[in-house]
Design a protein around this ligand. Structure first.
Ligand SMILES: C[S@@+](CC[C@H](N)C(=O)[O-])C[C@H]1O[C@@H](n2cnc3c(N)ncnc32)[C@H](O)[C@@H]1O
Length: 235
């Protein structure tokens, strides 16, 4: 299956993730680490169905967010959720159509793992070029050996704690068809990895990537029920 075709199919069920607690927490953490203030301009690279910008705009109303992605289907879905969504189809392996120092913040969630290792430095150097001096980058990606089951288990545990047995069980049953599809697509993601298409991140690798591109970074942060890693860089 070709990559854009894969994502187009996955997007039919992708937004069920918005119901999953570790995914909600991941998005909240990305937004928190992005250190946004009103008036800022933000790029979401590999924006998908717009889940990060939608939450970002809830927290900060006076910001501009531009989302880019290779899959038109994802951008179309974002548009149905936010009529003012600003987006266009673009492959982040190509030169970004923005002047240097254009953005205050760049975020990219679970997109870089889909790009082969040898191309990632060039992609992140482009992010560096378009970020203003003093600006922030936040990248998060699944780590090597990640388990979708661990993400789901963490979700169920939190729901049980917060909502109790009856409500949680009812929700599990209601969401079962979409959840099964989600597991199916995640199995495909891992299978694609087996064929060498997706290359998930080793510990420390994202930090090194940002360093090589010129950013100063903090420590890597464990996210997504410990199945992903997040790193923040400053230009
Ligand atoms: C797992 S989804 C993540 C979507 C979104 N960032 C989120 O947090 O839910 C990965 C996204 O990366 C996009 N993508 C993959 N390779 C890309 C590339 N070379 N350029 C732009 N987007 C890409 C896919 O189309 C897909 O929308």
């Amino acid at each position: 299956m070709l990559m854009p075709e894969f994502w187009e199919k996955y997007f039919k069920t992708y937004d069920v993730l918005n119901e999953v607690v570790p995914y909600q927490q991941l998005i909240d953490r990305i937004i928190q680490e992005a250190r946004i203030t009103d008036g800022m301009t933000v790029l979401d690279a590999g924006v998908g169905t717009g889940n990060v910008p939608i939450q970002m705009k809830k927290a900060y109303t006076h910001i501009r967010i531009i989302g880019i992605d290779t899959a038109q289907e994802g951008l179309d879905r974002w548009k149905t959720k936010d009529a003012h969504a600003e987006s266009f189809v673009h492959n982040i392996q190509n030169i970004l159509p923005f002047e240097r120092n254009f953005f205050d913040v760049v975020v990219s969630n679970n997109a870089l793992y889909t790009i082969s290792r040898d191309k990632r430095t060039q992609v992140v150097k482009e992010f560096y070029r378009v970020i203003k001096p003093g600006g922030t980058i936040v990248i998060a990606n699944l780590k090597k050996g990640f388990s979708p089951f661990a993400i789901y288990t963490a979700h169920v545990k939190t729901e049980l704690r917060e909502k109790g047995f009856i409500q949680t069980t009812a929700k599990i049953i209601r969401m079962l068809p979409e959840t099964l599809k989600m597991f199916y697509y995640n199995a495909l993601i891992q299978k694609e990895h087996a064929f060498g298409k997706f290359d998930f991140f080793e510990k420390g690798e994202q930090r090194q990537l940002l360093h090589t591109a010129g950013f100063q970074t903090g420590d890597e942060i464990s996210v997504y029920a410990h199945q992903g890693l997040l790193v923040v860089g400053t230009k």
